[in-house]
Design a protein around this ligand. Sequence first.
Ligand SMILES: [Zn+2]
Ligand SMILES: [Zn+2]
Length: 425
Amino acid sequence: MAQGVSDKRPRSKEACCADFNKNIQEKRHKRRSKPQPWILLKFAVFLTLGIIGFATYVYIGRFCVPMLTRKPEAMGDRVFGIAFLVIFSILLIVMLWAYVKVCLTSPGFAKDHVQPTPRPEMSSWHTIHDIGGQPYQNDPPSGSPTQPSLVPPPPVHHDVSQSSSGHTAPQSEDTYPPSRTKTISEQNPPGPGRRPPSTPVLAPAYRYCGREGLVKPPRTHHCSACRKCVLKYDHHCPWIGQCVGARNHKFFLQFVFWASLFCAWTFSTLLGFVALPRNHENLDTLKIVIIILTGLFGLFTLTMLGTHMRLILLNMTTVEQMRVQDVKERESEMLSEMYPMCAFAKKRQARARWDEEWGRPMIEGNIWWLGSGQKNWESVMGESVWSWFIPVGKAENDGLDYPVNPRFDDQGRWRRRREWPVHLR
Ligand SMILES: [Zn+2]
Ligand SMILES: [Zn+2]
């Protein structure tokens, strides 16, 4: 009854706005937690299969078959027809095989391996900053405390014994006495220098996914298209209708490799014959369309191939690489403020000093670096050369656990060279 009365009362503008905002927020939350419709997720897969089917029809039906049957519109001899048909068919079969493999192999999802838990407590001395740029707020104890730094390290703005919320950190095995850090702060006055991210990427509290209520395994990220936490998340690829992650990264690279070869072969043979003056009378629009499509897709897949080969050699995912790239870009900005535009030698020397102090960002500063490019490559692609090209078997790593670069602390933060294990310094 009371409800009915209050409903009839004229409502204030603020109350209406609040209701409106609440409605919008609820709708947004529902939309965010619901996975994308299946047909939308897989749309590009059907599109890709359609384009492959179309290219096969044009290449075989309108390019190879006229040569085999010696039709007047044939662009070359029967020998060419047979050779092109065989090579095209082999490339097509292997590419489709790799495509089916990468589309049907799940990248691996955290919820299939991790039980939901409440959010873990964040140690109060941790401060969470997302991607980089912040100085260490807690300098771990160094093995050689009196060793002078070559470049002044970043300024320490806060008392290390305090968290960002101002609470005093409990002294435990993983906290460092304030006096120690104060000494470092006094020893290294504020100034320019390398500022690696202080994000404790290995801390359970940092790895918690609030949307699924679980602690993600290392390198796992939540995909906003799949609405799931994906193991060793690389990126969401609409062309395969799912994410590229721990368990299908290898097949993704194999597919991209075979697709580049397929496009390069189709593009170059069609273009070569269409460009011959004797074939100008028989120009076929469909062949021109396929030349344009394979040219564009070929460029795209070749770029992807180069990018992902480099990332695998570095043992980094696209997300991880973007974080390091951020650090490097900020350093470039800092250097351009410090030196005139053309002082390349000075900028190089400054970077060399920072590398001397910290190590190189993509190598020593990469938490998943295994010691060499070969080890990184084999950890994803396998040791056998056959397994690099043929899409069989399963991924080398199930995506739940990865060895950590010993140059990082147990919370996953990059340390200065003087704090590394002695044999690595
Ligand atoms: Zn998640
Ligand atoms: Zn996804």
